[in-house]
Design a protein around this ligand. Structure first.
Ligand code: 4NP
Length: 162
């Protein structure tokens, strides 16, 4: 049984967007004193065991967050029961998760920006083949997503209003 919400962020390589989403949510949750289990993974296996892309490490460090110790892993079928929320960074990753989801799994699948009012359905763009500006956009997007997600999670912890 889960004792707290458990959040898994998923992108393609697990070296750019999903580790940054993991870092942004860890930071927001720490600041607000909210207990969450948080992890990230990739749908692809090319980079398994590697550290995040140096450009992702640099943008996190620019915001005083260290992610150099994170290591890439691939999504597994066990993730669909271990995590309460599996959050894809773009539509391709979401489609892959829907295909991989075991029939009995209860994890809620969504896009990260579904949690940002007014940005529902938007992807977080893949910065891998671009320059450093793309990573600043990614950081802004994952921070907005983390804040929206936390607002939603902490609201749903409140007793229902009568
Ligand atoms: P990510 O970015 O999915 O945000 O980690 C990518 C990382 C690696 C590749 C593509 C996107 N790649 O083609 O190796």
């Amino acid at each position: 049984m889960r004792t707290m919400p458990a959040i898994l962020f998923v992108c393609l390589g697990n070296i750019c967007r999903s580790p940054l989403a993991e870092a942004a949510l860890r930071e927001e949750a720490r600041r607000r004193g909210v207990a969450l289990e948080i992890d990230s993974a990739g749908t692809g296996d090319w980079h398994v065991g590697a550290a995040p892309d140096p450009r992702a490490q640099a943008i996190a460090r620019a915001h005083d967050v260290e992610i150099g110790h994170y290591r890439v892993r691939q999504v597994t079928s066990a993730d669909f029961t271990r995590f309460s929320h599996i959050i894809a960074l773009d539509h391709e990753n979401l489609a892959n998760l829907q295909r991989l989801r075991p029939a009995a799994a209860d994890a809620e699948l969504s896009l990260l920006l579904d949690h940002v009012p007014g940005r529902e359905g938007e992807p977080v763009a893949d910065p891998y083949f671009g320059g450093p500006v793309g990573f600043a956009v990614t950081w802004a997007d994952v921070t907005a997503g983390a804040q929206g997600l936390l607002a939603r999670l902490t609201e749903s912890d409140q007793p229902p209003r009568v």
